[in-house]
Ligand binder design. Structure first.
Ligand code: SF4
Length: 501
């Protein structure tokens, strides 16, 4: 199926009308690539100094014909643009993150996952010396001295029953064996793209334990016989890029990377870049579009070579199989029953919350410091950008009942809504996000996400037969998980009430 023409997809658009007008005015004065910085400054001034939002930046990048990553490169070096999460935000300043916009809108109040109220601390990763002193890199070192230890590593991962943490739960050791059995020299990829709405668990792990992730990638590379390791990290995790660059230099200086090419890559800046085949295309320098499977990347991935790809959480967790070098706060994740929930929205203390055996979704609110002032629990969005809207009553039911009824926790995201938040408006924003992020390659997703966004944005009664039809077609006929999961999301909107006449 040929790719959709760009014009068929809804353009990125910031929510703030002042920002929209400022962007339009700035672009009208000249829309050349060299004007990017100038345009950013003009928008910042028009907004009273608070900087351009992420959708705003994308809109500008689109018009100037820049990749979002190119625009980020300029914007993150520009102090007033603050969505790159390292810098403390000024009081009242908003980061432009989708979750922030989802709940707060223009000029709203509250806290978001980036703590753009100014309270988010700077990352303080455990350094190389401390990690090594706790026993870190012992297994990576052993494999360098004795390649036959690979069999022991696989045996330990088998015994640990480690599974992938990207949602499917495929056994890790089985995937490694598939890569080893394929023809050609393998490549290892750490997927740190984490483009899912309201998920920030990989960020948490990389900000605290970069060496745990790197050691796991080295062990994987030595075990499967790879000669190249990529760390592919979300474009707007700028501080993490700096952390990883330093960590990789330390590893190389210690001689632990001998015979391996270790490379840090910035993602292409789109949600779809986290899908494994799209990620591989992006690494190869092609547009990030998902591909049909088979062949699976384990057999034919990066440049046709067998490719072992896991997300950051999966790599970090497998260090438990050989004892690792546990260090707080991420060490809680090394217990197989611990799930890392990314809690954001109307709570006092949003953030990553490691939890063992969650009894009710409402317990996440308590774990996140209770409801934000002036808000009562109104429900949650569970599971990311194509997740499920759950009512407040359901949040108080035993989680086991919800799971038995088909709820999926996905990658553990929970956006807590207040009783005054309009679930339909939230669903409309999510649908608009999916429409914007669809790569446009296949019809069910390209047309379906746009139609769903249109249907949910209207003020009248919901066209439920249309949403049900879209859910079925997208769920069954989309090429990749973005379209299929968007279909699931539409199919679970039965709790949405029509507006009162
Ligand atoms: Fe692209 Fe959507 Fe098709 Fe996935 S389902 S390939 S995101 S158009």
């Amino acid at each position: 199926m040929p790719p959709a023409p760009e014009a068929a997809r809804p353009p990125a658009a910031p929510d703030d009308p002042v920002e929209r007008a400022a962007i339009a005015a700035a672009l009208a004065r000249g829309a050349t690539r060299g004007r990017l910085l100038e345009i950013l400054l003009e928008v910042r001034d028009a907004k009273g100094g608070s900087g351009i939002s992420e959708p705003g930046l994308r809109a500008v990048a689109d018009r100037l014909g820049l990749f979002p990553s190119e625009a980020y490169e300029v914007a993150t070096a520009f102090p007033a643009v603050n969505y790159a999460t390292a810098r403390p935000y000024a009081t009242g300043e908003r980061c432009g993150d989708l979750v922030c916009a989802l709940l707060h809108g223009a000029g709203g109040t509250g806290v978001c996952r980036n703590r753009c109220d100014g309270e988010r601390p700077q990352p303080a990763p455990r350094g190389f010396a401390a990690y090594r002193a706790a026993g870190g890199y012992a297994m990576a070192g052993r494999l360098m001295a004795d390649p036959a230890a690979a069999a022991e590593v696989l045996g330990r991962i088998d015994a640990h029953q480690a599974v992938g943490r990207a949602g499917v739960g495929f056994p890790v050791a089985e995937k490694w064996r598939q890569v080893m059995a394929a023809e050609g020299t393998p490549v290892v990829i750490v997927n740190g793209d984490e483009g899912e709405l309201a998920i920030f668990k990989d960020r948490f792990i990389l900000e605290n334990e970069p060496h745990g992730v790197i050691e796991a990638a080295l062990v994987a590379a030595r075990t499967v016989g790879a000669d190249r390791v990529f760390l592919y990290v979300r474009d707007d995790y700028a501080p993490i890029h700096a952390i990883l660059r330093r960590a990789l230099e330390e590893v190389a200086a210690a001689g632990l990377a001998e015979g391996l090419a270790l490379e840090l890559r910035r993602s292409g800046g789109a949600f779809i870049c986290g899908e494994e085949t799209a990620l591989i295309a992006s690494l190869e320098g092609r547009p990030a579009r998902p591909a049909e499977r088979p062949p699976f990347p384990t057999a034919r991935g990066y440049l046709g070579r067998p490719t072992l790809l896991h997300n950051v959480e999966t790599f970090y967790r497998i260090t438990a199989a050989w004892g690792g070098a546990p260090g707080a706060p991420a060490a809680a994740l090394l217990h197989p029953e611990t799930r890392l929930h990314s809690v954001s929205g109307r709570v006092r203390a949003p953030g990553p919350k490691p939890v063992r055996r969650l009894a009710r979704l409402a317990d996440l609110v308590e774990i996140a410091g209770g409801m934000a002032e002036g808000h009562a629990l109104g429900g949650m969005v569970i599971g990311g950008s194509s997740g499920t809207l759950v009512t407040a009553d359901d949040c108080r039911r035993p989680l086991a009942e919800l799971l038995a009824a088909g709820l999926r926790l996905g990658t553990g995201g929970a956006i807590v809504l207040g009783a005054a938040d309009d679930p339909r408006a939230v669903a409309a924003r999510m649908a608009a996000y999916l429409a914007r992020e669809s790569c446009g390659q296949c019809g069910p997703c390209r047309v379906g996400t746009a139609k769903a966004a249109q249907a949910l944005a209207g003020a009248g009664a919901l066209d439920r037969p249309l949403l049900d039809d879209l859910a079925t077609v997208m769920g069954e006929a989309s090429l990749c998980a973005l379209g299929r999961n968007a279909g699931r999301f539409l199919g679970r909107l039965s709790t949405l009430a029509d507006p009162t006449p």
